[in-house]
Design a protein around this ligand. Structure first.
Ligand code: ATP
Length: 237
């Protein structure tokens, strides 16, 4: 397994956000964690990235325990997070935002080549290269946030609620893009989403998170057909 998380516990003071979550992602997989508001999805990604302390349990990446490793070192190891609501640097240009994704990397990356690849995937970012990021639409900012994470050639991409605040047409576009990154470019992706249908449709496997614990897991197609999931997460009766 590329990523293995065991008995993960994350708390904020007395608030237990995640308690005892177990899950894993193999190299080449696209896995999603679906769950309602407040189920603990963002906390899980922040725990894997090293942005919040893990109270108990272990996080292993490529067979090595990284539970206590600082976030910047996890980034060097090849883990990248696309945060909720993109959070690009509003006053920096699109190009400068992209460069922040490569900043401080020990490994030298062929920057020009990566930029050419990214501009091929996201033509709008090349067109808007010199504009401040705050002038981009929500969907374009989301593309920029994904591109910024990809510039470093990560081994594992963590994606937090990529569909939030986007209109349905853009949601489809972003999910198609994630599927293509996984299928055609071999990128391993762990997605957390409230939009259960869209994420299950592109995932190999999924975990269902309720109040900080995994309550169900399986192939995404099986979950799409499961009456309990259909009732609770897909708006079907
Ligand atoms: P959403 O989809 O609404 O973002 P989520 O599934 O990502 O939800 P988290 O953001 O991980 O869930 O939150 C899990 C629980 O932890 C919630 O009850 C939330 O209120 C609480 N929580 C999250 N961050 C903090 C914090 N910094 N301080 C206190 N409580 C927090």
């Amino acid at each position: 397994m590329l990523l293995e998380v065991n008995r993960l516990e994350i708390s904020y003071g007395d608030v237990r956000a995640v308690h005892g979550a177990d899950f894993a992602v193999a190299e080449g997989e696209l896995v999603s964690i679906i769950g309602a508001n407040g189920a603990g999805k963002t906390s899980i990604l922040n725990g894997i990235m090293g942005l919040v302390p893990v109270r108990n349990g272990t996080v292993r990446f490529r067979g090595r325990e990284i539970t206590a490793m600082p976030a910047h070192r996890r980034a060097h190891e090849g883990i990248r997070l696309v945060p909720e609501r993109a959070r690009v640097f509003p006053r920096l240009s699109v190009y400068e935002n992209l460069l922040t994704g490569a900043y401080g990397l020990r490994k030298k990356i062929p920057l020009e080549e990566r930029l050419r690849w990214l501009y091929g995937l996201f033509p709008i970012l090349e067109e808007r290269r010199d504009q401040p990021a705050q002038t981009l639409s929500g969907g374009e900012q989301q593309q920029l946030a994904i591109a910024r994470a990809l510039i470093s050639d990560p081994k594992l991409l963590l994606v937090d609620e990529v569909s939030m605040g986007l209109m349905p047409k853009l949601v489809d576009q972003v999910f198609d893009l994630l599927q293509s990154l996984n299928r055609d470019h071999g990128l391993t992706i762990l997605l957390v989403e409230q939009n259960a249908r869209a994420s299950l449709e592109i995932s190999h496997r999924a975990y269902v998170l309720e109040t900080g614990s995994v309550v169900m897991e399986g192939p995404a197609d099986d979950l799409l057909d499961d009456p309990k999931i259909q009732r609770a997460y897909l708006g079907l009766v």
